[in-house]
Design a binder for this molecule. Sequence first.
Ligand SMILES: C[S@@+](CC[C@H](N)C(=O)[O-])C[C@H]1O[C@@H](n2cnc3c(N)ncnc32)[C@H](O)[C@@H]1O
Length: 455
Amino acid sequence: MADVKDSHPLEQGGTYEVTALRLNDDGEGVTTINGMTVFVPFLLPGERGNVRVIERQRRFARATLLDRYDTSPDRRDVPCPVFGACGGCQAQHLRYDAQLTWKENRVKRVAQQLGLDADAIVRDIVPSPDAFRYRNQVQMPMRFDSDKKQVRMGYYGFASHQMIETDSCHLQSEAMQDTLNRARVFLTDRGADLAGLVHHVIVRESQTTGEQLVVFVVRHSRGHVRRALAEFEAPHVTSVCLTAQPKAVGPVWGRKLETLYGPGTLKENIAGLSFAVSPRSFLQIQAPVAEKMYQTVVDYADLRSTDVVIDAYCGIGTLTLLLAGRAGQAIGVEEVEASVEDARINGDDLGIDNAEFHVGRVEDWLPKWVEDGNRADVVVFDPPRKGIDASAIQAVLKASPRRIVYASCNPATLQRDLKLLLAGGYRVEVMQPLDMFPQTAHLECVTLLVRDCCR
Ligand SMILES: C[S@@+](CC[C@H](N)C(=O)[O-])C[C@H]1O[C@@H](n2cnc3c(N)ncnc32)[C@H](O)[C@@H]1O
């Protein structure tokens, strides 16, 4: 068989004039050169440009934009000085209304690829009330520069661990940025002995109270390190914590977490309920869109007062506790022990006595629960980006709940998992996209599936 590469006269390093046809799921312009698909970051649909091919694979290539000859009406001025180098945002150059259309169309494409009537099933995307300064948490890499004797701070570049220095990210609140800037100065002032040990600073903020929790991630934790970091103060910071993680690159959290001062948790108000959030627990990145997402899940679940509802991947129990208000029994399952502790405390504080929580992996817990002969009338899934494990899908098909509500943050795994659920006898009734993450390629989508015999 002829090598596919040979049938495409496309030179690595060659320069070409192209026009972008559409955006891919990562927000890159998609074009073709001599019949081969080529991805060009920062070129918008309809824009012409001169590009250089920098990577050539069997079926596609990547190119970098050298010159742009046109300006799409969807292009906007970018407020962030490190946009394009920093790996955090992919779509700041796209007007917000065009970002919403792009994201909604991605969900429509998922529906189409599953053979569904996308226009009938996919609802209009729910926008974020704020296109900037919406995030409630940040993990900021910090490095001590021994030549300059100061701490450098910034995000990692696209697909790399090269630090792109910045002291003004437009996605987080000004108060969070102020805390990070103060942490950098604080560490620089303390010098190499302390600053050389800190490789990340995590800031979490309650969008209800404005209180902040700071976690210093250190290579190792000794008494003098704890005492020195406990001196850090900033106007909104109510708790300072520490975790020891010897490696600066890779997972940020160490095994242990110590509170140096303060309660070590934040309180967040979501959909009228107050939740305690500890440093390691998952919390949706912004409260206003999370509330809309939760309300959609609760509506789609359409619970009856005797129903048993399972909330798989429940985090601190936000959805479980909201669902419990409408059901006979709500059961949350979550692998992070600290989150389940938060969930139990939250249930007790809210006086909700028909919710229970289990620590475990959904793919282990759900098959066993079904095997033991338990029933579920409605199952809610809100997994991480990797989606639902196939064994959990097989288990839910066996349990045969009346409804399945799937909140997804990744259209690719959503499509994969929906395919299995459709083959297992479920029908997609409606898909609701939500923009939880403006300026980035990420989105949320809540899908309602109904067992084919139940209308
Ligand atoms: C997208 S979050 C949703 C949390 C919650 N529904 C909320 O809205 O806050 C996914 C959660 O699943 C947890 N998780 C990830 N993999 C898991 C697994 N295999 N089994 C159980 N929980 C898991 C994560 O720790 C995280 O809390």
